[in-house]
Design a protein around this ligand. Structure first.
Ligand SMILES: *Cc1c(COP(=O)(O)O)cnc(C)c1O
Length: 522
């Protein structure tokens, strides 16, 4: 981004003393921000309400004896507080967000416009379906696109995240086995490189989990899979492209031997953005696969909003799909809600109502604005961008799997940091000082000191170059012995290096008057 900067430097003055400390704790137009409760006086209020007229006796012993304890703020105080907080964190609207296994870096504003149309946004899920035909039509069209893109005959739209979709898929598999008298199948096979949600989901459904080994080139070890595929196996869960950013070349063979032993093939489709429009998972022998709308079809992710994890299902599992789904009847579109007739085998429901309607609208808007050819190009550009990063950074860093191209993400290990005294974590922290959010670190676990970078299709070559330049310069600094730059990083962020283990294990989630800001925040 360039700004009109005549007479007004837009970048920090390189000559400024780095040790400079402000007197207030603020920093370059960013104020040190207290917590809301410390900011607002108890006795103040932002609104001017008339004294209520009521008889305290009406409330009996419910009359409040003490002040409510909420911070009282005027409107500008409240607005500034939240805007200042928002500036202390990173956002996908500020810069490239290189996290791997994560996807969406940019959510087109058009989607947001569509999701806010009152005809979608103001609906109530209990409205009569005669008044919600447009929303049902959208769900039906979205289902059609998901089925067409995956080559699968059925889809359950209601799961609300990728992990929720995994649960839905495994519950379908469990129901199918039980219906076929195969309820004794209690084991699920999961490769070592799998996302943690895969074994967690299997365990949650009550299965025991067996790990499948990985080959030296980062793929499922077929021989190990075959050896472990007993008659007690309910399903395998394989991610494709996998979390090393590699396409499972033997995927058709994996499906074949899995089916031959009476097990189902669950595919973790969180990385569908790498193959959408190019490969139909149904053609690969997949029985169930969740699609993270928030990773492939541009709906906001994480703190940006709720996810949605529809699950596509093969012929063998379709009958067990959870309610509801949309059907066309004499009175227009209807929702199948009851487990009767055609839905008699549905295993139940995954959520109240229909799922994340706002995400359906965004995903559908994204699909329609790209078209089938555009979605194909999304996958191609995402893969091209990742390979560009892999090629450029390989000048200084060591790719975990150097042979051949990667898919949508480039994975590096920490071999290149050996002897520098700098770790993956230190390197990631130094990236913050350079203005870049760190990549995914230490995942997948099968790669030592992993650094997983996913640019997606929306980054320009100029932005990729800026990112690569910063990382290459940092890599050179690490190798040149400038370990101080890394050990204390970040130096320039609003918060310095935090004790992340403590923060994760003992988060302070409530504020009490006696605890100070620093303690609550760090
Ligand atoms: C993100 C992800 C998941 C889980 O999706 P959520 O929506 O975060 O629950 C599962 N598997 C893989 C490979 C992922 O990248």
């Amino acid at each position: 981004m360039s700004m009109l900067n005549v007479g007004r430097p837009t970048r920090p003055d390189a000559a400024a003393p780095t040790a400079h400390q402000s007197l207030s704790g603020g920093r370059g137009l960013l104020q040190d921000e207290p917590l809301l409760f410390e900011l607002g006086g108890w006795e103040k209020t932002g609104v001017d309400l008339p004294e209520p007229e009521f008889d305290a006796a009406d409330l009996g012993d419910l009359v409040r004896a003490e002040p409510i304890g909420l911070a009282g703020l005027s409107e500008p105080e409240a607005v500034r507080h939240y805007v200042r907080l928002s500036q202390k964190n990173h956002a996908i609207d500020l810069a490239l967000y290189p996290l791997g296994s994560c996807t969406m870096k940019h959510n087109p504003r058009l989607n947001e416009r569509m999701a806010r149309l009152p005809g979608f946004a103001d609906l109530h899920p209990l409205q009569p379906t005669s008044t919600t035909q447009g929303a049902l039509a959208l769900m039906d069209r979205l289902a059609h696109w998901l089925k067409t893109l995956t080559g699968m005959p059925a889809v359950a739209l209601s799961p609300k995240a990728g992990a929720h979709g995994e649960l839905c898929g495994l519950l379908c598999i469990k129901a199918a086995h039980e219906a076929a008298g195969q309820g004794h199948r209690r084991r699920v096979l999961v490769p070592t490189s799998a996302h943690g949600t895969n074994p967690a989901t299997a365990a949650f459904v009550g299965y025991s989990v067996t790990e499948i080994a990985q080959t030296a080139d980062g793929r499922v070890d077929l021989a190990d899979l075959e050896a472990k595929l007993g008659d007690d196996v309910a399903a395998i869960m394989v991610t494709n492209p996998n979390t090393c950013g590699l396409f499972e070349r033997d995927v058709i063979e994996i499906a074949r031997i899995t089916h031959a032993r009476g097990a189902y093939f669950y595919c973790d489709g969180a990385n569908f953005n790498a193959i959408v429009g190019r490969v139909r998972p149904g053609d690969l022998g997949v029985d169930a696969m969740h699609i993270n709308l928030h990773k492939t079809f541009s709906t906001p992710h994480g703190g940006g909003g709720p996810g949605a994890g529809p699950v596509v299902l093969s012929e063998a599992l379709a009958a067990f799909a959870p309610a509801p789904w949309v059907v066309s009847g004499p009175d227009g579109l209807q929702l199948v809600e009851e487990a009767v007739d055609d839905a008699a085998q549905a295993f139940g429901r995954m959520s109240a109502f229909h799922g994340q309607m706002g995400m359906f609208v965004r995903a559908y808007a994204y699909m329609r604005s790209h078209g089938a050819d555009g979605l194909r190009q999304v996958a191609e550009d995402a893969v091209l961008n990742a390979n560009y990063i892999k090629a450029r950074l390989s000048q200084e860093m060591t790719p975990a799997f150097p042979d051949g191209p990667c898919m949508h993400e480039a994975l590096f290990d920490d071999t290149w940091l050996e002897g520098t005294g700098v770790t993956t974590l230190d390197f990631a922290k130094a990236m913050i000082d350079e203005g870049f959010h760190p990549m995914t670190m230490y995942f997948p676990l099968v790669v030592h000191g992993a650094m997983l970078i996913e640019p997606t299709e929306t980054e320009s070559k100029a932005e990729l170059d800026r990112f690569c330049e910063a990382l290459l310069q940092l890599a050179k600094a690490a190798k040149a012995g400038d370990a101080d730059r890394f050990k204390g990083a970040p130096y320039l962020a609003p918060m310095r290096r935090l004790d992340e283990t403590q923060a994760a294990r003992k988060p302070k989630l409530t504020w009490k008057p006696e605890s100070g800001t620093a303690q609550a925040a760090e």
